[in-house]
Design a protein around this ligand. Sequence first.
Ligand SMILES: *Cc1c(COP(=O)(O)O)cnc(C)c1O
Length: 414
Amino acid sequence: MTTDDTSASPGERHLAALANAGQFDRCPIMPTYGPPPVQFIRGEGPYLWDIHDKCYLDFLSGLAVTSLGHSHPAVAAAVADQANRLVHVSNLYATEHNGLVASTLDRLIGDGEPRGGQVFFSNSGAEANEAAIKLARRYGGPGRHVVVSAFQSFHGRTLTTLAATGQPQKWDAFQPLPEGFRHVIWDDLEELEKNIDDTVAAVLLEPIQGEGGVNPATTEYFQGVEALCRERDVLFMVDEVQTGLARTGRWFGFQHFDVSPDVVTMAKALGNGVPIGACWATSEVAASFIPGDHASTFGGQPLATAAARAVLDAMMAIGAPALADSVGATISRAMASLPEVTEVRGLGMLLAVELDLSHAGIDAGQIALDCLEAGLVLNGVTNTAVRLAPPFIIDDSHIAEAVAKIDGVLAAYR
Ligand SMILES: *Cc1c(COP(=O)(O)O)cnc(C)c1O
């Protein structure tokens, strides 16, 4: 098929255009991603179907987004019902669900006890972090605006969250980036201490570096960071965009380390695929914002908050954190039994499976592509590790199916 084939769907033409070098100018989608290997049109529970009706087991959930599985009935019903009643009014007016969603999040951040904090709703993870960074600057005041984050971190793709992201290779093409960001070695308290001076407003860390390779923090590190932040009156901000909402076996990743951050951002799983993000802060910190300081046209609108409300209800009903903890342990054990697997790291159902592929001369990206061909969705998170972030609703048969598929792919290189 070519891009001139008018009988093809726009999606098929996109695939063909991206696949044919030299025809990029005729592809209607900007080439910010590589050529997509398949086109999905339908999903149900842990399964996806492509345009040829081939079925795939989804062990990635978008990227830790559809934690309740695809087309979750209660979420679909809430979105459909809301779409039929009220999709949008401006944030100058109150709407039905956002207060409820905010107070539920506040209680989950308090691990069952209300913390009395407040929420700003956004449409994405990057925007949730933008809100946190603006809040930190407001809280810090003039001259005290620096945000310290870690190398290998990921905080988003907007210019400011890219500046916070600790991956220098992603900065170069977009210089000059906004100033006021400093990066330190991950999991090194001494390094952090040396980099906190009186220009620093906040420290921003992920409990598990997701995009950076699924690198969990240690309790010692997070408790040390918290103590240091308290001592220097610096905000402790935690980016839970990937780790939040039960993914790691607790409602929020920081809860593994028994700390109380001042600011918590989240997004990915909050709408089970409907775009919504949130920046939570203690009420003392949130009080730094005054009307007019920050805004979002779509943030917190009824359609997205109806989805989030249904997601939180469904997650609470299934006891999502405990479920992610126990199912994740079963997956880890099963994966560890494969001969090429040298380590399974992560928490709950956010896992990296480290592979010894030296005999095969390929990287984890190739394994991910081979798995896709075999009907299993996962991704290469580093050159040597694949990431698993399945939906919470899978059972032992799905785990057995995934392990058999990965084993089959690896066996071809043995
Ligand atoms: C995905 C991610 C983001 C960015 O979220 P978007 O919705 O893509 O803007 C920020 N932080 C972390 C930790 C993430 O995993």
